[in-house]
Design a protein around this ligand. Sequence first.
Ligand code: SAH
Length: 223
Amino acid sequence: MRFHVITLFPDICKTYTDSSILGRAQKTYKGKGSKTKGKKIAVEYYNPRDFSTNKHKKVDDRPYGGGPGMVMAAEPILKAWQKAVGRKQDQKKVKTLIMSPRGKQFTNTLAKQYAKQYDHLVLISGRYEGIDARVKKALKADEVSVGDYVLTGGELPALAIIDSVSRQVPGVLGTFESLEDERVSSGEMYTRPEAIKFKDKHYKVPKVFLSGNHADIEKRRGK
Ligand code: SAH
C-alpha cells in the first residue's frame, strides 16, 4: 500500500509515520532465510505550496459568497494529486480521501476495505475553513471524518487513517503485535509486575489472568 499525503505540514506527519511500526513497515528488511523482503507500505508527502503558481506561494484565498476565514485553493491540491497518482495506469486501485469533519465516519471496517481494495490511498488534509469543493468533484473523492469534533487541520485524521489501514496490510504487524479478527480492541490487559503501588494503595493483576485458564481469561476480557 502506498499512501500519498497532501498537506501544508508534511513534517508534523513524517515524524509519526517514520516511527515504530509504520517506520519499520517502510523499510526493506531481511526476512527468514536472509531473503530480502519488500516494503509493506510507503508514505509520500506533497505540499500544495510547492505547486502554487503564485509568487508568494499562496495556497488559500477568501471564500466566494463571504464568510469568515480562508479556503484552500483547488489548483495547488489538484496539481499535487497529479504528481502523486495522476499517471497511474489502473485508477481503480487509487482511492482519494478528503479529511472533513462533515465526511462519512471512518471505521475499522473501512480500514480493512481500503487495505484490501486499493494500492494507493491519497489523503488530502485541509486547513483553515476547508478545501475548495471542486477538489472533491474533480477527483471523485470521498470526504471522511475521524469523529464528531472539529480539529484545526486534517493531519491528525490522515495519520489516524494511515495508521489503521497499515495495520490491515499483511506483514505490517509483527509476531509480537496482534491483529484482531472480529473484535476492535483487546479488552482488559495486564503486564509485569504482578503488584504495583500508587499513593499507598496496592493494585494487583486479577488472579484469573495468572490462572493459565484461557477460557476464563477470554470471558473476563469480555469476548
Ligand atoms: N469550518 C470548517 C472546519 C475546518 S477544520 C468546516 O465546517 O468544515 C480544518 C480542516 O481540518 C478541515 O478542512 C479538515 O481537513 C480537518 N478536520 C477537522 N476536523 C476533522 C475531523 N473530525 N475529521 C476529519 N478532518 C477534520
